[in-house]
Ligand binder design. Structure first.
Ligand code: F6P
Length: 550
């Protein structure tokens, strides 16, 4: 049933009209208990959603919507290994990768946990040997550099998490990431490393991805050219994939291969062997903390009633703004430099999952689905795009994330950072009325300006406010907290997909461009002009042929 057919949707549409003149500032003034009702805690993570355009009625109706969309039934179906990814006929079990209980996790009637634990155990043994200096390179020196070659989910997760957990890195090991087919990417990394002490991780679920395979071949050629030692590939190249045949065709032996399974989606795979780079730099114990943090969020999501369920509430708030207030984007704004790549990671997690226009049954959806997700760390964003957030014509719901403590305290800097975190959400919500703006002008050097100019300045320095944001505050960005945060967002995305009735777990939309690129690559051979495309593409290809140096 399309979401718009649920009774709660109709009720929300009515209710939305009643809120036309609502201002969240007034709700706070009228109700001192508002924060108490509109916040939640998940372990040490505090989630404040009181600055949203919601009342008790809104939340009740949104929860009814989740019930009518059968969120609890689908949630259970996901955790219990039903093939909810219908287009690919697969289970969705990334939660099994962090499952901590002794209970089985079934897929097709078979417990996947022994396999999960076996790969984790191999990863731990390998990581300990690399970190401890027992696993050596071809010249018997310990590894100093890890180069992760992958793209999309085989890059963004490991890159985001290793960046976020930099304070926990091993002293000797540096981690690099190569993803882009642009040769500049791989060459920039190869220039920084010594082949004798570098470990290459070739990470690809399919082991057929054009970018990854081209970069892997370049890295292998560079390695052989610089060492003259083809046999040493066995020591310096590791594969992480579900496609064991393709791995062995590439020349990587089973002992150097870490597998995972088709029920792990690429963008949800950092918890699997895809996270080997993470484990290498932070160590097996910290990696376990990351998994345990995610498991805490999984348990919360699976067992907490909808009205107190953090990912469900975050999902419903998004549905509220995108479905009833015309919001098209969603900003993720970490006031935590260690989370600098969190917005980019969430962009793939969200947009590849819910950027769909057909529903689970293949029919055209009735309303807009996944939002455009974007963001930058605070305070950089404040000096770039916050103008639009505060005074632009578009509504942009925002998530603000901050750690109460810094891993790198320096004078008052962390406190200044946090003062911005608090001030921005308050300013977005409160705004500044015309009266307040006029009073400020009266008390400034602008008091003597002409009436016209004063009028203009009053208008320009007024802020309507009422701009919604969620604040997520945690004590310190530890592996456990990070695990919980990522899992919360994963589940939020899943719930939104359920309400919009899309399959959040396939990504057919990336295929057309890939296929066309293969065809175009053939057309780039030779000097003869091409004429088989549209006029624009023909002209661009032919201009390229004239411009390229031979
Ligand atoms: O093209 C999109 C995509 O399929 C992503 O979903 C995936 O994370 C990425 O490519 C990389 O795929 P693979 O791990 O198979 O190389």
């Amino acid at each position: 049933m399309p979401p718009t057919d649920h009774p709660a949707w109709t009720a929300l549409r009515e209710h939305r009209r009643e809120l036309d003149s609502l201002h969240v500032r007034d709700l706070f003034e009228a109700d001192p208990g508002r924060f108490g009702r509109f916040h939640a805690e998940l372990g040490d993570v505090l989630v404040d959603f009181s600055k949203h355009r919601i009342t008790n009625v809104t939340l009740r109706l949104l929860i009814e919507l989740a019930e009518q969309a059968q969120v609890p039934r689908w949630t259970e179906a996901m955790f219990s290994g039903e093939r909810i990814n219908r287009s690919e006929d697969r289970a969705v079990l990334h939660t099994a990768l962090r499952h901590q209980a002794a209970t089985p996790v079934l897929e097709g009637g078979r417990d996947v946990m022994p396999d999960v634990r076996e790969v984790l155990a191999r990863m731990r043994t390998y990581a300990r040997a690399v970190r401890g200096g027992q696993q050596l390179g071809r010249t018997k020196l310990p590894f100093t550099d890890v180069v992760n070659i992958g793209i999309g989910g085989s890059d963004l997760g490991p890159k985001m998490v290793t960046t976020a957990l930099a304070p926990y890195h091993h002293d000797r090991l540096r981690c690099h990431f190569v993803s882009n087919i642009d040769p500049t990417d791989v060459q920039q990394v190869l220039r920084q490393v010594d082949p004798n002490t570098t470990l290459f991780l070739i990470v690809s679920k399919t082991f057929t991805t054009q970018e990854t395979m081209a970069n892997a071949r370049s890295a292998r050629a560079w390695f052989v050219a610089n060492t003259g030692d083809e046999a040493a590939i066995a020591k310096h190249f590791v594969a992480i994939s579900t496609n064991h045949e393709a791995v062995s065709a590439f020349g990587i032996a089973p002992e150097a291969t870490f597998g995972f399974w088709d029920w792990v989606g690429g963008r949800f795979s950092l918890w699997s062997a895809v996270g080997l780079s993470i484990m290498l730099v932070i160590g097996p114990q910290r990696f376990d903390e990351l998994l345990r943090g995610a498991y805490r969020a999984d348990e919360h999501f699976r067992h907490t009633p909808l009205a107190h369920n953090v990912p469900v509430i975050l999902a419903l708030l998004g549905v509220w703004y995108h479905g009833f207030w015309g919001a098209e984007t969603h900003a993720i704004l970490p006031y935590d430099q260690n989370l600098s790549l969190f917005p980019a990671y969430m962009q793939q997690a969200d947009m590849e999952s819910n950027g769909k226009q057909i529903d689970r049954d293949g029919r055209r959806v009735a309303l807009d689905t996944g939002p455009i997700v974007w963001g930058e760390p605070g305070t950089n964003g404040q000096h770039a795009f916050y103008q639009l957030l505060h005074q632009g014509t578009r509504l942009v719901p925002c998530d603000f994330l901050a750690a109460a403590n810094s891993h790198a305290p320096l004078g008052a800097q962390h406190e200044i950072l946090l003062s911005n975190f608090f001030a921005q959400t308050e300013a977005l919500m409160r705004g500044r009325s015309r009266e307040e703006a006029a009073a400020l002008l009266d008390n400034s050097s602008a008091a003597s300006l002409s009436p016209d100019r004063r009028e203009l300045l009053t208008a320009a320095t007024s802020f309507h406010g009422n701009r919604p944001s969620t604040s997520i505050l945690y004590p310190l960005l530890t592996p456990g907290i990070l695990g919980s945060l990522i899992a919360l967002y994963e589940h939020k995305i899943f719930v939104q997909g359920l309400i919009w009735e899309v399959n959040s777990f396939d990504q057919m939309g990336v295929e057309l461009g890939k296929t066309l690129a293969q065809d175009v690559l053939r057309d780039l051979e030779g000097e003869a002009p091409v004429s088989s495309h549209d006029a624009s593409t023909n002209a661009l290809i032919n201009a390229y042929k004239r411009m390229r140096s031979r």
